[in-house]
Design a protein around this ligand. Structure first.
Ligand code: SF4
Ligand code: MG
Length: 316
């Protein structure tokens, strides 16, 4: 049974040659088999860094990623490569992530070769054909190149590539935000159907609470590198407790114009500050309409206020 437990406590994230990042330093969550955890926040809040930390594309200087009871941060070389097969990623921009000079067959086959998941060419080809059909493409499409496909079809190719090596955890990093709004819903339905067919766990990242609403079992809201609220999906949308979550939810348009008129939008003051120099106390306080004196002095505790509903805010 897969059970990923991810914690970064006060740690810095380092990437190979790049500067030290401090985008993620108070993040902790569990992810269960077959579960989708939505991770939501504005761009620059640390969502992608969290994903890279889970996948060990960044090595955190402290904290741990427990995947099947092994701390991935301790693994290197062959042992890490073996674990990586079980953790794949679906990217935001399907075009940028597909090599334009490779056919669909070679694109989907590549990770299967790297991870040696299939014995020979014939087996790999059969798997590629199965995967393209699973994502709604035709077997004959495997001889075509990325530029011959629409944005939505290219995302299907990216999904087929990620799932061809039979991962258990898939990080979906803004998988529909580069796509036309008219095809976003069908793409989310496809991603959801594949989760259920393959019993996958998803960490589903988006800047948009309306995108994660359908697919997630639980939703975590992130602000400046920390998770400020985490709850079951129904609970979070019905009873958002953190002022930041409330503001994000109030920005989602409601189709009913009568309801839309009666609702008060909660404005976010100012811009998101740099995660490298987060404000003291509650990191959200410069933008919070409810802030009190304590908010800039003390960091709010992460507390469970109802079963499974966690929040960090002095006023809750
Ligand atoms: Fe707003 Fe204070 Fe709660 Fe932070 S702790 S969200 S500033 S009320
Ligand atoms: Mg990002």
């Amino acid at each position: 049974d897969m059970n990923i437990h991810f914690t970064f406590g006060g740690g810095l994230l380092k990437s190979g040659r790049k500067a030290v990042l401090k985008a993620v330093d108070g993040v902790s969550f569990d992810l269960l088999t077959g579960e989708t955890l939505g991770l939501v926040g504005e761009s620059g809040c640390g969502k992608s860094s969290t994903a890279k930390g889970v996948l060990q594309l960044y090595k955190p200087t402290s904290g741990q990623v427990l995947f099947k009871e092994e701390n991935l941060c301790d693994l290197q070389g062959e042992a890490l490569r073996r674990m990586r097969r079980q953790m794949q990623m679906i990217f935001q921009d399907p075009y940028a992530s597909l090599n334009p000079r490779m056919t669909v067959l070679r694109i989907i086959e590549e990770p299967m070769k790297v991870h040696r998941t299939h014995g020979n060419r014939k087996e790999r080809r059969e798997q590629v054909i199965e995967m393209v059909q699973r994502v709604g493409l035709n077997p004959s499409d495997i001889h075509r190149y990325p530029h011959e496909f629409s944005g939505g079809q290219r995302q299907r190719i990216g999904i087929a590539r990620a799932l061809a090596v039979r991962p258990e955890l898939v990080v979906c990093d803004e998988p529909v935000s580069a796509l036309d709004v008219s095809i976003q819903a069908q793409m989310i339905h496809l991603i959801e159907a594949l989760r259920d067919q393959f019993n996958l766990s998803y960490l589903f990242i988006s800047h948009d609470l309306s995108v994660v609403k359908h697919i997630s079992h639980r939703v975590a809201v992130m602000y400046l590198g920390i998770i400020v609220e985490l709850a079951a999906k129904e609970e979070l949308y019905a009873r958002p407790l953190h002022p930041y979550t409330q503001a994000l939810l109030s920005a989602i348009p409601i189709p009913d114009p009568e309801v839309e008129r009666q609702r008060t939008a909660i404005a976010l003051e100012g811009e998101i500050p740099s995660p490298l120099a987060p404000p003291p106390g509650c990191r959200f306080h410069p933008r919070c309409r409810l802030r009190e004196a304590v908010c800039s002095r003390q960091t709010p505790q992460w507390r469970e206020v109802a079963p499974g509903h966690h929040v960090a805010c002095h006023l809750v």
